[in-house]
Design a protein around this ligand. Structure first.
Ligand SMILES: Nc1ncnc2c1ncn2[C@@H]1O[C@H](COP(=O)(O)OP(=O)(O)O)[C@@H](O)[C@H]1O
Ligand SMILES: [Mg+2]
Length: 293
């Protein structure tokens, strides 16, 4: 199985929000990381075939998805970034309705709904109205919807937003098991969502995919670039404006500062074991003056 983007560009008026993206994905989990406004949702909506690119094409097993249309859409499960629920629908109604739209046979759909409600932890809430669900429950309902007919391609836009740490871990386990023989693409701005499970991690910014590597490669790249430095709190205030700082914690009457820098920043700096989050900050050059954009 192969899903391919060929020089895909999307513009709104004169603004290019996706710039000539060329990419091939196969079986496995693909994590799409990037700051807000990077273009993740735009790329995902194009792959889910709810948005047309301005230029370029998307090929599924070498066939243009716009030429095959319904046949492609039948193979994908899609969780949009924002889902709104109908006033009177219970969780079960919503899933049954989604199953009907996907053309699933009724008995099979009922069984699958029970199974999925169990695995996303909503079995006891299926008969409650989804408008009364918490944000995290609505997100889990959306994930169940996307998985209903065992899609070959699963596309999830910020699936973990609103999930608590336990729900996040559960989600990762479900996705990991699911992706054994399928393609899963998920966007997030939370590094730890994909760190463990993604075979490939894409870093996106300004409408382009700047990097695509397995997680381990990012970490290797960061070796010798992450430092722990102890300094008094007053010094930290001025230091903050010149270095990428990935963490700060109190240590005695000092601060232990985790600094990302190519060269040893101070004589007392010691090397730290890098993480994917360090790589994210390094590659997106999160200097304080750049942050907050
Ligand atoms: N319908 C639209 N009209 C105009 N600009 C849009 C529209 N949708 C998205 N954008 C712009 O495209 C850029 C990428 O947005 P988006 O794909 O939502 O990024 P992300 O999901 O990474 O936060 C942003 O600058 C956003 O403002
Ligand atoms: Mg988005």
């Amino acid at each position: 199985m192969e899903l391919q983007l060929e020089v895909v560009t999307k513009s709104y008026k004169n603004k290019q929000v996706l710039k000539e993206i060329t990419l091939i994905m196969g079986v496995g989990v693909y994590g799409l990381l990037g700051p807000n406004g990077a273009g993740k949702t735009t790329m995902i909506r194009i792959l889910a075939d709810v948005l047309r690119p301005t230029k370029g094409s998307i090929l599924y097993d070498r066939k243009d998805i716009h030429a095959v249309g319904d046949e492609y859409r039948a193979k994908i499960g899609y969780l949009p970034q924002d889902v709104s629920f109908y006033g009177d629908f219970t969780g079960r109604d919503y899933l049954e309705y989604s199953a009907a739209l996907k053309g699933m046979e009724k008995t099979h759909a009922k069984k699958r709904i029970e199974e999925l409600a169990y695995s996303v932890g909503l079995l006891d809430d299926l008969n409650r109205k989804c408008t009364a669900y918490s944000g995290g429950m609505q997100r889990r309902l959306g994930i169940a919807q996307a998985l209903l007919d065992d899609p070959e391609i699963l596309i999830l836009d910020e699936p973990t937003s609103g999930l608590d740490p336990y729900e996040r871990i559960k989600f990762r386990n479900i996705i990991s098991a699911y992706a054994k023989d399928r393609l899963v693409l998920l966007s997030t701005h939370i590094v730890s969502d994909v760190e463990q499970i993604a075979a490939q991690i894409m870093m996106m910014e300004y409408g382009t995919i700047q990097h695509i590597h397995p997680g381990g490669e990012y970490i290797r790249m960061m070796e010798g670039r992450v430092w722990l430095v102890e300094m008094p709190a007053e010094q930290l205030v001025s230091y903050q404006n010149q270095a990428v700082i990935s963490n700060v914690r109190a240590k005695g009457d000092c601060m232990e500062v985790r600094i990302i820098e190519d060269a040893k920043p101070t004589s007392n700096a010691v090397q730290a074991v890098p993480t994917l989050e360090d790589a994210y900050l390094y590659l997106f050059n999160y200097l304080p003056q750049k942050a907050g954009r």
